[in-house]
Design a protein around this ligand. Structure first.
Ligand code: HEM
Length: 333
């Protein structure tokens, strides 16, 4: 963000970009570096990761991976990058987490390949949803009345207060602390509403007892139950005007489990939910303090919910939006 802002300031002053690659690339790199370390070749992974990710639902439904050639190739490429990294000088800059895991793996004589498989199993949940959560938050807000302005005003006001209270801490170096401490009710509500409106998660459970009656159905041992959380999120009995994106909805009223379940629930509730919320907030704060973002809706493409890939969290977009980025005066970074 910093280099793009500087480049635009020194040159044309603004740039029109497609929102999806801009946001997805930014969140993907930031989250991968946060978890794996600054020396990890994050952006090299992204194209293969997207191919890998788009096959996951079909494979989860039972498609043998050997029939999915793009998936098999993408997976092999990702594993190769991980394996190369494990033996490259750059590994000296790995995060504490990855360093500890690799240390344990080596102590137990895991092969480089097995360790790479483990790292890929960490990468997928890290990246499968958060980039799309940030994308939908921005895309939906940009099309809502007032656009991003209410969020920008809230972040600017909270930043001014925070800088007064922390004169010795440069904002750019303290964004994570700021996001953890500042009250940002509009942003919090907009994130919660995005997760209500743009998730299509399934919680899948297997019947363990010999026989169970549930909601008038007889279920037998080994049966799978798929709970489609989206039908709750779009229920008019729970959410007024459920089919409408209303970014301030969660300011007036909190919705909790069991009627609001973007991260699933029970025994396999998302383990990364607090990390995800923190990443989303941090990225949006940095973005809104760095750029003024306007929708270029004169001749740009449009976006809607994609039909496929449901069940694993955020709905994937079909299409995209074109936006105009202008660096803000006194930007954060
Ligand atoms: C907006 C972002 C995210 C969404 C919407 C999301 C959603 C979900 C959902 C719906 C489940 C299944 C819950 C169930 O079975 O009831 C899940 C599981 C999981 N998620 Fe997330 N997730 C997000 C981000 C993350 C991140 C950033 C990580 C880790 C770095 C993560 C790690 C996991 C793990 C490990 C599980 C499996 C938990 C288990 O089976 O015990 N998620 N997530």
């Amino acid at each position: 963000m910093r280099s793009l802002a500087e480049e635009l300031k020194a040159g044309a002053g603004h740039r029109t970009v497609l929102l999806l690659p801009f946001i997805h690339g930014g969140v993907f790199d930031a989250a991968t570096h946060a978890l794996f370390g600054p020396s990890f070749p994050a952006s090299k992974l992204q194209p293969s990761f997207s191919t890998f990710d788009s096959s996951v639902p079909a494979l989860a439904m039972g498609l043998p991976s050997s029939l999915d050639v793009p998936f098999t190739r993408a997976r092999a490429h990702l594993l190769r990058i991980f394996e190369q990294y494990l033996s490259a000088p750059a590994f000296a800059g790995a995060s504490e987490l990855i360093d500890s895991v690799v240390h344990v793996a080596r102590a137990h004589a895991w092969s480089g390949r097995d360790t790479a498989v483990w790292l890929l199993a960490l990468l997928w949940p890290l990246q499968a949803n958060s980039p799309f959560a940030v994308y939908w938050l921005l895309a939906l807000m940009l099309r809502a009345p007032g656009g991003l302005e209410p969020l920008v005003q809230e972040v600017d006001a909270a930043r001014a207060e925070w800088e007064k209270a922390h004169p010795a801490a440069p904002f750019a170096d303290s964004v994570v602390q700021f996001v953890g401490e500042a009250q940002l009710p509009r942003l919090t509500s907009a994130v919660q509403e995005t997760l209500r409106y743009a998730t299509g998660s399934f919680s899948v459970r297997c019947v363990e007892a010999e026989s169970v009656r549930l909601g008038g159905y007889e279920l037998r041992k080994g049966d799978h139950i798929v709970c489609s959380v989206r039908s709750l999120h779009l229920s008019e009995d729970i959410f007024e005007d459920a089919g409408k994106f209303m970014p301030t909805r969660f300011m007036d009223r909190q919705h909790k489990q069991p009627s609001y379940l973007p991260f699933g629930g029970g025994i396999s509730q998302c383990e990364g939910r607090f990390l995800a919320l923190s990443q989303i907030r941090t990225f949006v704060v940095l973005l809104l303090t760095t750029f003024d973002i306007k929708l270029d809706d004169r001749h740009g493409p449009d976006v809607r919910f994609g039909e496929g890939q449901r069940g694993f969290g955020m709905i994937r977009p079909k299409g995209d939006l074109q936006v105009i980025l202008t660096p803000r005066e006194g930007h954060a970074i």
